[in-house]
Design a protein around this ligand. Structure first.
Ligand code: NDP
Ligand code: HSE
Length: 446
């Protein structure tokens, strides 16, 4: 091939499951295009997997197959280690060992980076190697590159994303086809979207891992997963999905990170994942199935949005292979001038704190079951007014014949979470309020 000035880059692939299998196939199938783009061949020469027979069935005679991932990492013939095992146990050891051995690393492992990113990036900086992780957030969508490169002129103000394909798939299928939660989850697992432990998807942990990485990139702060507020979809009720629709909203599991350096309340970074009402007319409210979308607002560019497949073998492989090409391109470049891992220089880290949930500002959907008697609405309005919470909309279901209870749904204007917590405690203490208050946060995303 005429464009080649250098010999091949030799890659060791650790884990050939869903994403590893996709990566092997995409790199092989598109090898001519990829060589043209990278300026040199990128060859997976060694593959390690616990299940050697399964690995051999995929790889055939195209690479050496081993069951010992540490041996691949230690082999001087390997230039780049691709970690696609997952988790934070053996994967952490292998990634740190690869860095210590002076190898560049590509990974799709958001849990690993959200929990141990600071240690990994520090080790990589010391050794002058790259750690690339495009596939770790939003699968095939190049959102890391967008933030690190395309939007690098901007002061990022907010990011809101549907960044877990499994939960978006579950919410869409349940709403459109009326399917049961467990059946849709099983299908997401069959399609390779779900994490090894699917509670990570359902309880919002996977989205929080990704949001933590996005916040670090966007705001120049360290990765701080432990400060991310996380609420999943397991307690979401179909009643609320229907009420939200009547009010012109869709409910999505949204990851939100936002800079707050003006106005009332402490300044810092909001970092949170929770079911969220979004106006149905917004593009992001119409992102369905396993698709992901990330909305980014920068001071110069304004609003931008990135859409694509957030999970699955080849969409994720698309991002892994793009990272391999990037690493291959800069392998011979001056290490001092490589793009820093989180897009900012380690010595210029920002000390903006992650705000506690009490200090978060958003609007709210509140639903409660109440006794159908005079004075109930007046009590609710008084409690909200005492808390300086302004009501945006109100919906009261007509009680059925003979019923002496009904549901009230309230939408509030933007306020502080602490005020809403105090108001909910007072509302739940009213004798006429017969249920816990269902609270779902609401974002206009404008
Ligand atoms: P899989 O479970 O499908 O693949 C992991 C592979 O690694 C399996 O073949 C597993 O073998 C093997 N493995 C486990 N332990 C070892 C070990 N000690 N040495 C060698 N091989 C080992 O996971 P995925 O491909 O779905 O995910 C891989 C990573 O990519 C994870 O970090 C995940 O979060 C991330 N990711 C996944 C996406 C997706 O859509 N699936 C999208 C974006 C990121 P065995 O099966 O025997 O355990
Ligand atoms: N389990 C993840 C999801 C895989 O469903 O989005 C992609 O990161």
């Amino acid at each position: 091939m005429g464009v080649e000035k250098f010999g091949p880059v030799r890659v060791g692939l650790l884990g050939i499951g869903t994403v590893g299998g996709g990566t092997f196939e995409v790199l092989w199938r598109n090898r001519q295009e990829i060589t043209r783009r990278a300026g040199r061949r990128i060859e997976i020469t060694q593959v390690a997997d616990r299940d050697v027979d399964h690995a051999r069935r995929i790889v055939a005679d195209r690479a050496r197959v081993l069951d010992d991932a540490a041996a691949v990492v230690a082999d001087p013939a390997i230039d780049i280690v691709v970690e696609l095992i997952g988790g934070t146990g053996v994967a952490l050891k292998l990634v740190l060992a690869a860095i210590e051995a002076g190898k560049h690393v590509v990974t799709a492992n958001k849990a690993l980076l959200a929990m141990h990113g600071n240690e990994i990036f520090a080790a990589a900086s010391r050794r002058g190697v790259m750690v690339a992780f495009e596939a770790a957030v939003a699968g095939g969508i190049p959102i890391i590159k967008a933030l690190r490169e395309g939007l690098s002129a901007n002061r990022i103000e907010s990011i809101a994303g549907i960044i877990n394909g499994t939960t978006n798939f579950i919410l869409s299928e349940m709403r459109d086809k009326g399917l049961a939660f467990d059946a849709v989850l099983a299908e997401a697992q069959r399609l390779g979207y779900a994490e090894a432990d699917p509670t990570f998807d359902i309880e919002g942990v996977d989205a929080a891992h990704k949001a933590t990485i996005l916040a670090a990139l966007a705001f120049g702060i360290p990765v701080q997963f432990d400060k991310c507020y996380v609420e999943g979809i397991s307690t979401l009720q179909s009643t609320d999905i229907k009420f939200a629709e009547q009010l012109g909203y869709r409910i999505k599991l949204l990851a939100i990170t936002r800079r707050r350096e003006r106005g009332e309340g402490p300044h810092g970074i909001e970092l949170r994942v929770h079911p969220t009402l979004i106006p149905a007319r917004r593009l992001i409210a119409n992102v369905e199935g396993a698709m992901n979308a990330v909305w980014v607002k920068g001071d110069a560019v304004g609003e931008t949005m990135y859409y694509g497949k957030g999970a699955g073998a080849e969409p994720t492989a698309s991002a892994v292979v793009a990272d391999l090409i990037d690493v291959a391109r800069v392998l011979t470049a001056d290490p001092e001038n490589r793009v820093p891992h989180l897009a900012f220089q380690a010595e210029s880290i920002s000390d903006l704190p992650i705000l506690p949930m009490d200090d978060v500002e958003t609007a709210y959907y509140l639903r409660m079951r109440v006794a159908d008697e005079p004075g109930v609405l007046a009590d609710l309005a008084r409690i909200l007014a005492d808390g300086e919470i302004s009501i945006d909309a109100l919906l009261q279901r007509e009680p059925g014949a003979g019923e002496d209870q009904t549901d009230i749904v309230l939408l509030t204007h933007v306020t502080f979470e602490r005020r809403v917590n105090q108001a909910i405690a007072r509302i739940e203490a009213l004798p006429t309020v017969l249920s816990k208050v269902v609270r779902i946060r609401l974002e206009e995303l404008a």
